[in-house]
Design a binder for this molecule. Structure first.
Ligand SMILES: [Ca+2]
Length: 184
């Protein structure tokens, strides 16, 4: 068991303040190789596509699924009282992989923990391009407003959006990639 797995196990077994509204699942749902919206034909995106409008090549979340244009629990994306119509929501630790075919340059988003968790939670946001980390947010907490996030993904064939539990367990870690979009 590596360190991350140990932390997850510890978080799930921690007594006391459980996640009453949104209990963690013992068996994270995995969607490797699946696109929950198969009607969207894969291909190189054009201009300024929102991530939530693109096919997701593979995804995972430690509770629920990677949501399109919704919070991890299926609510409107909201960070410190600010609503966002577009974006991705996922309970850390999470991953969403996109095929870009080398045709995009930048990724932008406003990142934060959704208000459905109240002031709690702590996560980090990372962007990986062809297996190499190209941007990370540092620790963002439930009391933080949305943070501007930019990554250089010039020429990347695949880009992965990851969120981590910030190394303190993933209770309340409902991470939002609000307004997430690529410039292609
Ligand atoms: Ca955390």
């Amino acid at each position: 068991m590596d360190g991350t797995a140990a932390r997850r196990r510890q978080a799930r077994q921690a007594p006391g303040q459980g996640h009453r509204r949104l209990p963690l699942e013992r068996h994270p749902r995995r969607h490797r190789g699946e696109d929950p919206h198969p009607h969207r034909a894969p291909g190189r995106p054009h201009r300024y596509p929102y991530a939530s409008d693109l096919p997701i090549t593979a995804s995972s979340a430690d509770w629920g699924i990677v949501q399109r244009d919704k919070s991890p629990a299926g609510n409107p994306i909201t960070i410190e009282g600010v609503h966002h119509a577009k974006g991705l929501g996922a309970h850390a630790e999470s991953s969403a992989l996109f095929y870009l075919g080398g045709g995009c340059r930048t990724f932008d988003a406003t990142v934060g923990i959704d208000d459905e968790d109240g002031p709690q939670g702590s996560v980090t946001f990372e962007v990986w391009a062809d297996g190499r980390k190209v941007a990370e947010s540092g620790v963002i907490r439930g009391t933080d407003p949305g943070q501007s996030f930019t990554a250089d993904v010039t020429g990347a064939g695949e880009v992965e959006l990851r969120t981590t539990d910030a190394a303190d367990g993933n209770y309340y870690d409902h991470s939002d990639w609000a307004e997430a979009r690529f410039t292609c």
